[in-house]
Design a protein around this ligand. Structure first.
Ligand code: GLU
Length: 454
């Protein structure tokens, strides 16, 4: 019996045993305030004790405190195994050859009813069964590069992906899809944007906010949209995810300008400081700009420049930040410091001494803003001017995470400080905008389309 109650400990386990319940039983649970019906799920090893977890009919999981339960009864049972049938992915002559490099995350996940975990799984056969429309768009090969949630992604993962993309692009593939956890997808899209010089084919990073075992999953639509963009002429690293609350189209975001902005909504990604590059709906792409690298497999030889300096400190300024926290990075031999400052790019004068020391010791210090939108403007107030005088470099419109990735990449490319500064201030992959774009702040694509503004 205990094996059947995976993840349950102490009181909760005792409670379930007393009531003769096992995993996958359909149960009715009453508390003083509510009644729930659902499937009794296994729990994760580190889940909080004293709770039971059930999957409700609407597919959400809910934890119920055992002490609050006034009545519990079994009303049915659920088949414990869950497997998507495997089918051969069909090939069509003349269709674009796309490779999917799986990394993990929710988009590649389904609920594994034998363990209760949301697990990454993505064979081509499963994919074709789950999203048969993909076979109408391209010939697809899949490779599982990693099976991780994206919070575990590091520079080494970006490097491996970039090398694989270089080989695939130069061997004649038409496009790449990278399913990825959404949490750090913007870091990966920025890193690949910097690392892939003269990219000749589309590289589309895609994710989903809800796993494919849930009816509200966005996985299939995002994959179809990503495949459509992967077969297009956009030879850049883009991120494609649902674009509106009506969930009927995807937006194409430039890899260096995109941010996850909501923990759970499906239209969680937005282009920051600009409007998206375009949209994709019913397998048709509509571009909002002509300013992008066009596919040219014959002329452009993709080169992966993947060296990355790992010793970069990411310092989010806050009212309690003290100099010693910056001295720590200097003492530990860090080579670059990314500052996410306030407003136009400020930090408190009390940490100037530490910043000065960092610069004296040839550490590159780059300023970005916590506001996300807008450019840093370090010539406006004395604080900004003083920081510039010290040698802090202004990160223009770059978001802190993009600044972080760029700093690490630049310091991986050269040991020469002056060259590094120059490279840092050069627009490498569309991360710098020429100017503010007023409609980009809080854009509403539906509205812009309606008013014929895009
Ligand atoms: N935190 C996980 C990840 O980013 C799951 C979330 C997701 O895939 O959206 O990989």
């Amino acid at each position: 019996m205990s094996e059947n109650l995976k993840g349950y400990k102490k009181d909760a386990k005792k409670f379930l045993i007393e009531h003769n319940l096992k995993l996958w039983d359909i149960i009715k649970v009453e508390t003083k305030t509510t009644t729930y019906e659902g499937i009794l799920l296994p729990r994760y090893e580190y889940s909080k004790a004293g709770f039971i977890e059930i999957k409700l009919e609407n597919n959400y999981n809910v934890g119920i405190k055992v002490d609050d339960i006034t009545k519990i009864e079994k009303i049915g049972e659920k088949e414990a195994k869950y497997k998507i049938p495997e089918k051969d992915f069909p090939k069509t002559k003349g269709f674009p050859e796309i490779t999917l490099l799986g990394t993990g995350g929710t988009v590649a996940s389904r609920l594994d009813y034998t363990t209760g975990a949301v697990i990454p799984a993505f064979s081509p056969g499963e994919l074709f069964s789950a999203v048969p429309e993909l076979a109408d768009i391209c010939n697809l090969e899949t490779e599982i590069v990693f099976k991780i949630f994206s919070e575990n992604m590091q520079a080494t993962h970006w490097q491996q992906l970039a090398h694989q993309i270089e080989t695939l692009a130069n061997s004649g593939k038409d496009g790449i899809i990278i399913p990825h956890g959404t949490d750090t997808m913007g870091y990966t899209s920025a890193a690949l944007s910097f690392m892939l010089k003269d990219l000749s084919i589309p590289v589309v990073v895609v994710g989903s906010q809800r796993s494919s075992d849930r009816p509200s999953s966005d996985a299939a639509m995002n994959l179809i949209n990503a495949a459509t963009v992967a077969t297009s002429d956009i030879a850049e690293v883009t991120l494609v995810m649902l674009g509106s609350s009506s969930h009927d189209y995807g937006l194409i975001h430039r890899g260096t300008l995109v941010r996850k902005l909501h923990t759970s909504y499906r239209h969680t990604f937005r282009t920051i400081d600009d409007i998206p590059m375009g949209m994709v709906q019913n397998r048709t792409i509509r571009m909002f700009t002509d300013n992008y690298h066009k596919k040219d497999k014959k002329k452009r030889e993709t080169t992966a420049l993947t060296d990355f300096e790992k010793k970069i400190g990411f310092i989010y300024f806050y009212p309690g930040l003290t100099s010693e926290m910056i001295h720590y990075y200097i003492d530990k031999g860090y080579k670059g410091l990314l500052l996410a400052g306030t407003g136009l790019g400020h930090v408190a004068t009390r940490i100037y001494d530490a910043i000065e020391r960092a610069i004296e010791e040839d550490i590159l210090v780059l300023m970005t803003s916590q506001t996300l939108f807008g450019f840093v403007g370090m010539n406006v107030y004395s604080t900004g001017r003083e920081l510039l005088d010290m040698g802090v470099l202004p990160g223009k419109n770059m978001m802190p995470e993009v600044g972080y990735v760029k700093l690490g990449w630049v310091l991986g490319q050269t040991d020469n400080l002056e060259d590094a500064k120059k490279l840092l201030m050069t627009n490498i992959a569309g991360e710098f905008l020429d100017r503010e774009i007023p409609i980009a702040f809080n854009y509403d694509i539906d509205r812009l389309l309606k008013d014929n503004l895009i």
